[in-house]
Design a protein around this ligand. Sequence first.
Ligand code: ADP
Length: 400
Amino acid sequence: MKVLVINSGSSSIKFQLLDMADESVLASGLVERIGEPEGLIKCELRPDTDGEEVIKIQEKVPDHEHGMRKAVELLSDKDKGVITDRADIGAVGHRVVHGGEEFHQPTLITDEVLAAILKTVPLAPLHNPANLDGIMVARELFPEAPQVAVFDTAFHQSIPPHAYHYALPYEMYEKHRVRRYGFHGTSHMFVARECARLMGKKPEELNIITVHLGNGCSMTAVKNGKSIDTTLGLTPLEGLVMGTRSGDVDPAIYAFLARNCDMDIDAIDNMLNKESGLKGLCGLNDMRDIHEAIEKGDEKAKLALDVQTYRNRKYIGAYMAALGRVDAIVFTAGIGENDDIVREKSVEGLEAFGIVIDKEVNAQRVKKPLLLSSKDSAVQIWGIPTNEELAIARQAVEIV
Ligand code: ADP
């Protein structure tokens, strides 16, 4: 079965076409800078074969609908395309960022499901409308294919009340559903299961800390295959230090800035989400640029690296306490897979807890799963590439 996976962000759409007979990638693409004066559409056709072809188009992409149509046009191109007949598409899998408390599983999209996703928009105002646009266009372009929603929050619906409640007046939860939801669920679930497979165990037999470090960063405590706590909260802002997002701050910062710095709610929200994190501390949000700056003696860049890796270490400690026993720690996503310095500093000084990294092995980039801990480490440390598109496609096939 061929499955098209659509992963819409606030200003981008990632898409991938997979042949699930052997899980090969037939095409993989990205529509970027939606709504900006000049957009960029990139598509790799047949990346797994000798006949690979890369297409790049620079043009204005006014909205997600236009971007989706353009992507499908490229995939169905008469000469080069990989879709010859749209009826060949057996399912379309959509990443939906927020599923609220309603969705615990991947779900076949019906009109009722769409209405329920629409209700979660206040919880993810940047992401869920883009996801809904993607679903609407895909329904029109592939009317015969079942559409499946895979929620970023679903894996975390197993988190128990003592971990998902904030200590706020209870009615904030009852009336407004204010609680921890967590995100990156598809990625945390994928690498936790991969880790169990690599260790030759069932997911239910293991306790794992999964560390997803990309532009967005989060950590999850996975007990016997289930998420029992995670760092992102009501929105994808809490917890670890991210590219442009602050992670944990004193919540009273809102009141302080409003009273003393002449900032309104929108300005503070924008600062915490877009001008903070690594970028806030040193002006750079890409870890590669930060290392380059550190080599040139940039003190703020060094501080940004220290703040991020100290926060990672602190949460690893917290999740060891939450889990009681830890069998493995898994690093994944752009930084987690590529950055040996961040990995090393994130577990530095934890030897007394049985966490010992092998510096030589860790010096590599993780192109495929790699055991990074030394032989005498009680806790295994893994680098495992995440593959959210494959995880979404697998779940779409299961549902169909
Ligand atoms: P997203 O959260 O947008 O999916 P990714 O998982 O692709 O992000 O991670 C992107 C980040 O990964 C970049 O901003 C950069 O900081 C980091 N990164 C990518 N490649 C490298 C590398 N070779 N070394 C260090 N960091 C890297």
